[in-house]
Ligand binder design. Structure first.
Ligand code: NAD
Length: 349
């Protein structure tokens, strides 16, 4: 059936993740990938030719100024998000930006103000809200199938080889744990009231190599979140795209008074053995089959395209959700820095 709308989208940043966005967007019936931006000329040319993209820019800033675009998708490096987001919001057009929205809660509030001033819809890449297993867990919790929510534990340990690319750009709590902080907020449906965190630093980088936080929620639920960048090369690879290879060792354990739920990224039924070891290719986040990307990334961009076309905010992943994650992230980083618990969201009076 012919779609009832056609959205002309500009995509900035064609790195490891941006090329997946390009693949998904260029395959959508109701989207024209009209423009792309990338500072590496060869990459710009290659992706532009591959998807027949009409307008090609060297800089995200130039793309954002293109008057023919209906919506803007930003997948540039983390340390440029705020500047590109502010420029995009000034156009008044719908904007999708990859996580993290900003480098801290205060800056995220400034972006929210900018979105309110221009009337732009601003959606952040909270991809796990679109992944089916996580959605089923969310549904079970909110139907009270688990009984009283006792605790939620999350883990996101990542390949050592990926660390240097991000270590000087962003704190790991904003880079990797931000997914899990959003999960904790979404699944508990509650506000964090205290946080106590510890980090490990082996190198002299902006980011620590590991951080673990204990979070108490208003509804009594206890959250534990762990992240580190020490997964060795021998671990089964579950990120196996053409330019991105390694392991996301993620885990979610939800304990309720009636049921326990567990989800492990390495429990995929698909295993491939070869001369270098075992891989376990992702089949839920952005799996590719026959040149088409499926899974949570497609669901997420579908939602953005629908919301941008209708001029409404996403019900699944709205700006407030992203901002709340950054508030919790700030508290974790501060607690680890000063070595004592942080009290949050205290009721006044
Ligand atoms: N949601 C997820 O699960 C997920 C997964 C991976 C990455 N990400 C996010 O996606 C974003 C990109 O990550 P990545 O791994 O693709 O990084 P990357 O470094 O591989 O890609 C960034 C690309 O942007 C280009 N670039 C840099 N400055 C630019 C500018 N001013 N204008 C245009 N292009 C510019 C770079 O040349 C590079 O190709 C990050 O914000 C990251 O946090 C999200």
């Amino acid at each position: 059936m012919k779609p009832s709308y056609q959205l002309r989208i500009g995509l900035a940043g064609l790195g490891r993740f941006g090329i997946m966005h390009a693949k998904v967007l260029s395959s959508m019936a109701n989207v024209e990938l009209l423009a792309i931006a990338e500072t590496r000329p060869e990459q710009l040319e290659e992706i532009g030719e591959l998807y027949g993209v009409k307008c090609r820019y060297k800089e995200a800033e130039e793309l954002i100024k293109d008057p023919d675009l209906d919506a803007i998708v930003i997948v540039t490096p983390n340390d440029q998000h705020e500047q590109h987001c502010l420029q995009a919001l000034a156009t008044g057009k719908p904007v999708f930006i990859e996580k993290p929205l900003a480098s801290n809660y205060k800056n995220a509030q400034n972006l929210k103000q900018a979105a309110e001033n221009s009337g732009s819809i601003l959606q952040v890449g909270l991809i796990l809200r679109y992944e089916l297993n996580h959605r089923i867990i969310h549904q079970q919790i909110h139907q009270k199938d688990l009984g009283e929510l006792i605790s939620i534990r999350t883990k996101r340990n990542l390949s050592r080889s990926w660390f240097t690319a991000t270590a000087e750009k962003v704190h790991t709590i904003y880079e990797s744990s931000i997914h899990d902080l959003d999960l904790l907020l979404w699944l508990t449906g509650s506000k964090p009231i205290s946080v106590f965190a510890h980090e490990r630093r082996l190198g002299n980088y902006l980011s620590p190599e590991a951080c673990i936080a204990l979070i108490k929620f208003e509804n009594g639920c206890i959250g534990i979140t762990e992240t580190s960048w020490f997964v060795p090369p021998g671990a089964p690879a579950n990120v196996t795209t053409s330019n991105w290879n390694g392991c996301i060792d993620a885990e979610l354990v939800v304990v309720g008074s009636n049921k326990t739920v567990q989800l492990r990224s390495l429990d995929s039924p698909l295993k491939i053995w070869d001369s270098s070891g075992t891989s376990s290719p992702d089949s839920i986040l952005w799996p590719e089959y026959n040149g088409r990307i499926y899974g949570a990334l497609r669901e997420e961009l579908d939602d953005f395209v629908k919301c941008a076309s209708q001029g409404v905010e996403s019900e699944t992943a709205n700006l407030e959700h992203a901002i709340n994650g950054l508030q919790l992230a700030d508290a974790i980083i501060e607690s680890a820095r000063i070595g004592t618990p942080i009290i949050m969201n205290q009721q006044s009076g």
